[in-house]
Design a protein. Structure first.
Length: 376
């Protein structure tokens, strides 16, 4: 473990987790990586400090010495903790919700998803602004950072007005939306969404699948978000989409946003469900449960799904076979995912990518015809 005081400088992002949440470290680092933060120092706290979340002596040491450029608390933060950290350190502070909203923002392609994110950000911000006003009225100062009590009061009014406006707009959009609109709009090329938990290796797989492929004319890409790419594979042209990862430590307040961001991507002709087969078997099965729940929730059980068991390079061959057997049986017993195939790969080493492409081709011919028939 790296201690906070050793490695901090003005380029560092300080990532703070509770000791009991140590298992989420990789997940948190991977989210920061998506945002291109590479110089990250991890700090664990045994028990969150009431005033600062981080232990007081560490805060004081940072105040008197090197400060990071950003502190990310991988947990919910009380409004006054945000207030005191900002006031005493004068650096940007994000909590878990702010971090996840930033990630969603990158993946949000529809107006609905963007508005949902904006609404959640405002709703999340309001108690913080209220706390700032309360503290300032008690005579506290936010130092050079804040706009003063009147500034915060007018900000609060603006946020409340915006939140009402966005809620109305969202209600209208939701009424208009039909669930299958996403699929229909993508008619043309078979659309393959790569889904699964964060860190499972979706982006690595996306790169392995699309890396060598030639882009055929720029036109089709204009309507796609940057996470989708047209690829020419043995059986024809298909569009692969890399999606935002399911996050284990997902605060309830933003589950709606997650759904709106993932919805547009998930209505596809095929799902590649990426599973990190090198994890603890209990962990794998519990993640499979959540994937099945999400598939159930969106009522997309009809979409043919290829399970991609990734990171086989981390295991012995015998282990891989044993684990796959257990997981496949478990998935079948759930009866919620339309599994048409499974393939073991190493996306990183590009092992068995050809086998996966063949599996895709075997299933896509059938499925795309079906999808076209349904809407023609
Ligand atoms: N050993 C091994 N590591 C892999 C493999 N595939 C991916 N990884 C590693 O797993 C980590 C996460 O990979 P990503 O491709 O970013 O995972 P992701 O599912 O896109 O994660 P999010 O975008 O956060 O949802 C990276 O450190 C990869 O290098 C693999 O086949 N073998
Ligand atoms: Mg990714």
């Amino acid at each position: 473990m790296v201690t906070a005081r050793d490695h901090i400088n003005s380029n560092t992002v300080l990532l703070v987790l509770k000791k009991e949440d140590k298992k989420y470290t990789d997940e948190a680092l991977s989210l920061l990586n998506v945002l291109n933060f590479e110089n990250v120092t991890v700090h664990y706290v045994k028990k969150p400090n009431h005033r600062y979340y981080i232990q007081q002596d560490i805060v004081f040491r940072m105040r008197n010495g090197n400060r990071p450029k950003l502190i990310v608390i991988y947990d919910k933060l009380r409004p006054w903790q945000h207030y005191y950290l900002t006031k005493d350190l004068g650096v940007e502070i994000w909590d878990l919700i702010m971090l996840i909203l930033k990630i969603f923002e990158i993946h949000a392609g529809t107006k609905e998803a963007k508005l949902q994110i904006e609404l959640s950000r405002i709703k999340h911000q309001i108690p913080f602004v209220k706390e700032y006003i309360r503290m300032m009225k008690l005579g506290e100062q936010v130092g050079f950072m804040g706009p003063g009590v009147y500034g915060y009061e007018s900000l609060l009014k603006t946020l409340k007005r915006k939140s009402v406006k966005i809620s109305r707009e969202l209600a209208k959009i939701k009424r208009r939306r039909e669930l299958q609109v996403f699929s229909r709009s993508k008619k043309g090329f078979p659309h393959i969404a790569i889904i699964g938990y964060t860190c499972a290796g979706k982006t690595t797989l996306y790169n392995a699948l699309t890396g060598d492929s030639k882009r055929i004319g720029p036109e089709p890409f204009k309507t796609l978000n940057p996470k989708s790419r047209l690829s020419n594979i043995a059986c024809g042209d298909v569009i692969f989409t890399d999606t935002v990862g399911f996050i284990r430590k997902m605060p309830e307040e933003i589950i709606d946003v997650f759904h709106s961001v993932i919805a547009e991507m998930i209505y596809s002709d095929m799902l590649l469900i990426v599973v990190d087969i090198s994890e603890d078997i209990d962990e794998i099965l519990s993640k499979i449960d959540s994937v099945a729940r999400i598939i159930d929730m969106f009522k997309i059980n009809y979409i043919p799904s290829v399970i991609v068991f990734n990171k086989v390079d981390r295991l012995d061959e015998k282990d891989v076979d044993e684990r796959i057997k257990i997981v496949v049986n478990y998935i079948k017993s759930l009866n919620k995912i339309n599994v048409t195939d499974h393939v073991a790969v190493s996306a990183l080493r590009k092992t068995n990518i050809d086998v996966l492409l063949k599996a895709i081709c075997r299933n896509i011919d059938l499925t795309h015809t079906k999808i076209l028939m349904r809407y023609s």
